[in-house]
Ligand binder design. Sequence first.
Ligand code: VGL
Ligand code: ZN
Length: 200
Amino acid sequence: MIHVTSHDALLVIDLQNDFLPGGALAVRDGDAVIPIINHLTLLPFGQQAASQDWHPHGHVSFASTHGRRAAPDHWPDHCIAGTHGAELAATLHQARIGMVIRKGRDPDIDSYSAFIDNDRATRTGLDSWLAGLGISRVFITGLALDYCVRFTAIDAKALGFETIVVEDACRAVGPDPQETWQVLARHGIARAQASELAGL
Ligand code: VGL
Ligand code: ZN
């Protein structure tokens, strides 16, 4: 068992309507993580934070912004700031979430990580918020495993947090989650199941 303490934080990544079934960039089975994450929010984490992908119209990551040129990091229009698609899942238990980070707001820079934009320069402030509150270990959940969860986990580890990705509390958008697990393992990031976590 892994015992959750006040030095641990729960991070809920991009659990937003557009990434759920029926959304603009739906992750298959994405809604299956909601009851699992809701259960985790009841454990005695010192802090809980959520991120939201929060893009302006015409964002650089939207395929529609670039006409017909397709590229691997181009997506359907999604998570437009202030829209229903950008809202957190209505059934997520937010009672203990103390910080919501909105990322990808610069029209010219995407941000898969909840810590640092894809330009690798602009910080969101999440690391200082967590560290300033005595957090040394983070448990990462949410969508999508192979993009925003992956980048968030790699940055968390590089920023000095012990990092654990909760497998059954994540879903991938692409076909090969094993590649992501291999990369995370190479970075010294642990993998756990929600059932392994317990309060003291
Ligand atoms: C995400 C693609 C584009 C994610 C966000 O949350 O994983 N993926 N924007
Ligand atoms: Zn996005």
